[in-house]
Design a protein around this ligand. Structure first.
Ligand SMILES: Cc1cc2nc3c(=O)[nH]c(=O)nc-3n(C[C@H](O)[C@H](O)[C@H](O)COP(=O)(O)OP(=O)(O)OC[C@H]3O[C@@H](n4cnc5c(N)ncnc54)[C@H](O)[C@@H]3O)c2cc1C
Length: 303
């Protein structure tokens, strides 16, 4: 961390929006991760653009963080600037059947707003603990629904600070991917089109999906959700279970006994524990079933 660069960020954002040596374990649902050199909390698009400019001029790598619910940060942390787009950018508004939300709005808040307005189409997202930005980038989905089913436009910022307004047909959304991910754009805001629905039915479906989650997923432990993507024609959790790896541990990291598709932090797991466990699980699944597992969670920092 360089005091001069800290000063430049403080001049831009104010001292309280610039943290240094910030433990990333405080900002990830895995509760794992070493310090980020700079942890920045911008309030406006202009501030984001200015941060990108400073990073470029000073040669500082940057990383966009939402709620950290799909993320494994190295024990050594991140040498660069983490730009958090979360509560600081969490506005949302409902107009007729359309919801427009800022990147930091939580999916749970957006689907609750849809439910309160008797709009159907976002029930699937109620239990996904991420921000809109994180969900749009990787086309988050659950229980047969995906972000691509509801998105109509997304405003993004390029890494050079240009703002683009992308219609749904240009988003190239697929299984856990999008043009936004491929191009490294920053999601600023998105528009979703829903349908009028029966409020009782919407409520019932959301409650039912939440119950399915809490009965099947290890929500009582820190994790980053499904550790691996779904390999075509298989379920990662079932393959892992069939290898006899239910409950398998490396240090404090464990293949969840409740759902083998989740690696959990039993309390004192390090990022290295999680990485080694994922590597071991992948090797075993490859050996026993000839299927290669691809991580769904993102890695940040040096491993
Ligand atoms: C218990 C649990 C259950 C889960 N269930 C599901 C599920 O059912 N379905 C599912 O799809 N996922 C699920 N997840 C994973 C996770 O919640 C989603 O992937 C979510 O969309 C990640 O959002 P986030 O804000 O936490 O992103 P982060 O983890 O903060 O970041 C993830 C990636 O998105 C990028 N990113 C974040 N915000 C932006 C932005 N504004 N612009 C550009 N890039 C951005 C980051 O740079 C990073 O590459 C689950 C996770 C947990 C812990």
């Amino acid at each position: 961390m360089d005091q001069k660069i800290r000063g430049i960020f403080c001049d831009l954002l104010g001292e309280e929006k610039v943290l240094t040596e910030e433990p990333m374990s405080r900002h990830t649902t895995f509760r794992i991760g070493g310090p980020a050199d700079y942890f920045l909390i911008p309030d406006t698009w202009e501030e984001i653009r200015a941060i990108l400019k400073i990073c470029d001029a000073q040669g500082i790598p940057f990383f966009i963080l939402g709620n950290g619910s799909n993320l494994l940060v190295s024990d050594r942390g991140f040498s660069g600037a983490v730009i958090q787009l979360y509560r600081n950018m969490g506005e949302l508004r409902v107009e007729g059947t359309r919801i427009t939300a800022s990147c930091g709005a939580l999916l749970s808040a957006i689907s609750a707003a849809a439910r309160n307005a008797s709009l159907t189409g976002l029930e699937f997202a109620g239990g996904i603990p991420g921000t809109l930005g994180g969900a749009v980038v990787m086309n988050a989905g659950a229980y047969g629904g995906e972000m691509k089913d509801v998105l109509t436009r997304v405003k993004v910022m390029t890494r050079e600070g240009e703002i683009l307004d992308l219609p749904a047909c240009d988003l190239e959304m697929g299984y856990r991917t999008s043009i936004i991910k491929k191009a490294g754009y920053l999601v600023l805001e998105a528009e979703m089109e829903l349908k009028e629905g029966d409020p009782e039915e919407i409520r019932r479906v959301m409650k039912d999906l939440m119950e399915q989650r809490s009965s099947k997923q290890p929500l009582e432990y820190p994790s980053a959700g499904s550790t691996f993507k779904r390999p075509e024609g298989y379920f990662a959790g079932k393959l892992i279970m069939d290898c006899g790896l239910r409950g398998h541990r490396v240090g404090g990291a464990q293949v969840s006994e409740k759902h083998c598709g989740f690696v959990i932090n039993t309390g004192d797991a390090t990022a290295e524990d999680v990485r080694r466990l994922m590597e071991y699980v992948s090797e075993r699944v490859q050996k026993e079933f000839g299927v290669s597992l691809e991580p769904e969670i993102k890695f940040l920092g040096e491993f």
